[in-house]
Design a protein around this ligand. Sequence first.
Ligand SMILES: [Zn+2]
Length: 96
Amino acid sequence: MSESSVSGVRGMSVAAAFAGMRSVAPVVFKAGCPDCRGSFELTAGALRLAIGATSRSTFYSFTCPDCGAAVRKPAGERIVELLTGGGVRTLRLHTP
Ligand SMILES: [Zn+2]
């Protein structure tokens, strides 16, 4: 990587430069398994977010890499923001 290769992005902030390259940034989410009590880091592709009509029916799910259990956890507003911002697949359960 030489400096001349980035001469086309003059004045652009790092955040702006990466805004359109979401898949390049390796975002990981820390998660824990209630079954085997394992704790691990998951990439956005390993997580699923389901948004229901209320916060009670909004949750995220993943498969435990240690024991294979299907884990489902409630997702609050901040978690939803974090996951969607990290590129996690989102499923909307309610229809308007
Ligand atoms: Zn587990």
